[in-house]
Ligand binder design. Sequence first.
Ligand code: A2P
Length: 266
Amino acid sequence: AKTEEFVPAIPAGVFAETVTSVQHYTDRLFRFRMTRPESFRFRSGEFAMIGLMVGDKPVYRAYSIASPSWDEELEFFSIKVPDGPLTSHLQQIKVGDTVLMRKKPTGTLVLDALTPGKRLYMFSTGTGIAPFASLIRDPETYEKFDEVILTHTCREVAELQYGFDLMEEIRNHEFLSEVVGNKLRHYATVTREDFPFQGRITDLITNGKMFADLGVPHFDPAVDRGMICGSAAMLKETKALLEQAGLTEGANSKPGEFVIERAFVD
Ligand code: A2P
């Protein structure tokens, strides 16, 4: 009788990488890092298709790469959906496990898709912070902009922790802390718990509280640029506010004053 365990073959033409660390933030959020193939190049802010073998079939979902393009490893920030086709399995991964990645990264939340400006806003909700985790750790962001404002809104305070950890990492990083200096600001708000800063970012823009809290003028298409990453509804409403202020949407093929991309959903 056969006794070998059935080990599904890794599909051809994809990278098979090794998990190097896993950190769980809440019962809904976790972060993991894995090895980076030497031939894999991407621009900070892009996403890739990440997958696992589920039974004998690979299951992939789009994930923003949360690490900057210079990092020798790849980092991802993920939700956990109890019956999610990928995340129900991905949330179980441990150091040493294999994660699949398709070879071609893509995405619109890249510096190349923006026209030159002075102040760059990165608006995120939930796991929408992931592409910005990459961009705030990329020196090019600070070569192109004098001021970078990362907004992150979650339902609960515990869900903001990844953002606080990123800020701490940058402050403690020998090289990045120097490049970033005091150009980066983190504006974190929650909607379903007590916290010094509360409310949806769309409401805080509309009622002017975000500008007052940060001590910056209202949006000005001459100097302000934006990147948006969140749920479909959040994208739509935040985009409308930027358009009202006179900013126009850009793309890789035609840079503009703001760009948008939907955060991972499972
Ligand atoms: P709220 O608690 O008021 O729904 P989610 O996990 O549902 O994607 O939500 C993440 C965060 O984004 C929550 O704080 C949520 O606020 C907020 N949010 C949800 N929809 C919108 C929207 N249309 N515009 C701005 N923020 C939103």
